[in-house]
Design a protein. Structure first.
Length: 505
């Protein structure tokens, strides 16, 4: 029998033993739920490569001992492909399973995957605890939905829904009898709602607790939620929420709000105080904040801010934004930003983002690597405007009677101006607009490459007189109103979109 024959049989046995080993790990989990097969595979998968290499080494030694036979190749084409797949899959499994940050980003959890094959049983209990004025409530390691509402009673009342996943009801009832949930006073004014979930079978991975709390209005909270949605409303104290998986809804709070997220929606409304958000997630919606809003992290969905009285600061790996007195709305996605009614300074440094700013009343500073910028205001500018693009078009519309000094240059592009008092140079590689309009005033500095700079007129704000009654209008074809509206919109902006998709909320 040839050496190749021995190698073939040995390879077959090698892969057979691999399947037996992996199957044994999952079988053992059925008898010991605390065993986590994916963790074992994630840690020890390189052993597969080591044993495969030993198999190849044995082939080489045996080939040296039988020079009369033709040795098999070190790696066949299919084995090279298989090796690459094993390396890729092993690396991915290690990152997703062993590193929580990767799992939090995509919402992956191996406990949830194993629990979908079990039956679900629900039990409930109620708790209450008298508390001192202005209590501080702590919820730690929570797994399940949390809802906290304000009340006028000097007590904490809790309704706990226990969701237990097991193979049968008898086992679920046994776990329910062992499960203890209590409200305890740790120190003066500090209360904790806690359970012994982690001490039960499988580290409590088969148990989730949906908690509904009624607390005094002056309660401050400190919540850490591993999984589940969190809702807080009507409280008058500082709130700190760490939400690893799940959505957060927070509203009508008087006090400081701190949020740490690693996934899901974040919604914060009507806060009399400051708001601080860090981490990452999908959509972010913040509105009606009397203090400052500070956001630090990468959010993959749509970011919306409305009515931020003081400073809004957003920092991510792509964007550094600071603005003040946002009376309107600011909406931002990966490739676009749209804002209106910004009463204070607006400053942003970003990458590859189309920016539209309406009705600004203070200074504007924009630095962007690639993207179009459109600025429109019906109020004559009184503060500097500075736009520096690596590549893209700039459209600036201001009232005709504005007083300003301008220096605008488009490298390898074009320039256009509706102000006859300015000097427009179209020849050469650096077309420009320069000069003073009116009595002089704030400076306007515009720089771009491979794009057009347009300086246009924007009508000043005026009061529209009441219209006279109009005769009845004959019915129109369906869809006519939509077409007419689009025509009005096009005439208002008078700026082509150049085929670029706009992400509008």
């Amino acid at each position: 029998m040839s050496v190749y024959g021995y190698g073939y049989r040995r390879g077959s046995i090698f892969w057979a033993l691999t399947l037996i080993g992996v199957g044994s790990i999952f079988l053992y989990q059925n008898f010991n739920p605390s065993v986590q097969p994916w963790h074992i595979i994630a840690k020890f998968w390189p052993i597969l490569i080591i044993f495969w290499g030993l198999s190849k080494l044995i082939d080489f030694i045996q080939a040296q001992a039988h020079p009369e036979t033709t040795p098999p190749p070190l790696f066949s084409g299919s084995e090279v492909v298989l090796l690459i797949l094993i390396l890729l899959m092993g690396t991915m499994v290690s990152h997703f399973v062993l590193h929580p940050n990767w799992r939090n980003w995509v919402g992956f959890n191996d406990d949830d995957f194993s629990n979908i094959f079990l039956n679900s049983y629900t039990y409930s209990q109620s708790l209450s605890q008298s508390v001192k004025p202005q209590p501080h409530l702590v919820l730690e390691d929570e797994r399940g939905d949390v809802e906290i509402r304000a009340s006028d009673k000097p007590i904490i009342e809790a309704t706990v829904k226990e969701v237990i996943r097991t193979e049968n009801e008898e086992e679920a009832r046994k776990i329910a009898d062992q499960l203890k949930v209590e409200i305890v006073e740790q120190t003066a004014g500090y209360y904790a709602l806690r359970s012994n979930r982690r001490s039960l079978s499988g580290d409590g991975s088969r148990i989730s607790l949906d908690i509904t709390l009624s607390v005094p209005k002056a309660t401050s909270t400190e919540i850490t939620s591993d999984q589940g949605d969190t809702t807080l409303a009507g409280l008058q104290g500082d709130q700190t929420v760490t939400s690893l998986h799940g959505d957060l809804h927070l509203s009508a709070v008087e006090g400081l709000v701190r949020v740490h997220k690693t996934g899901g929606l974040t919604e914060v409304r009507d806060v009399k105080g400051n708001v601080e958000v860090d981490g990452r997630g999908s959509d972010l919606d913040v509105g009606g904040v009397t203090g400052t809003v500070t956001v630090n992290g990468d959010f993959s969905g749509t970011l919306q801010f409305r009515n931020v009285i003081q400073t809004l600061r957003y920092t991510s790996s792509r964007t550094d934004l600071t603005t003040q007195r946002l009376a309107g709305r600011l909406s931002m996605e990966t490739g676009s930003l749209e804002a209106n009614d910004v009463d204070g300074p607006f400053e942003i440094t970003t990458k590859q983002k189309d920016i539209t700013l309406e009705n600004f009343k203070h200074s504007v500073k924009i630095t962007n690597t690639n993207g179009d910028v459109q600025l429109r205001t019906s109020v004559p500018p009184t503060h500097p405007i500075d736009i520096n693009l690596g590549k893209g078009e700039i459209q600036l519309d201001i009232p005709p009677a504005s007083n300003f000094q301008i220096d605008a240059t488009s490298r390898h592009g074009d320039v256009e101006s509706d102000f006859p008092s300015l000097k427009v140079v179209k020849e050469g590689d650096t077309p420009s607009i320069s000069g003073t309009n009116g009595k002089g005033g704030p400076s306007i500095h515009l720089v771009t490459s491979y794009g057009t700079i347009r300086l246009g007129h924007q009508a000043a704000t005026s009061v529209t007189p009441p219209s006279l009654p109009t005769p009845p209008i004959a019915p129109r074809e369906p869809g006519h109103e939509k077409t007419a509206w689009r025509g009005q919109r096009a005439r208002r902006y008078d700026v082509p979109l150049h085929g670029r998709a706009k992400h509008v909320v």
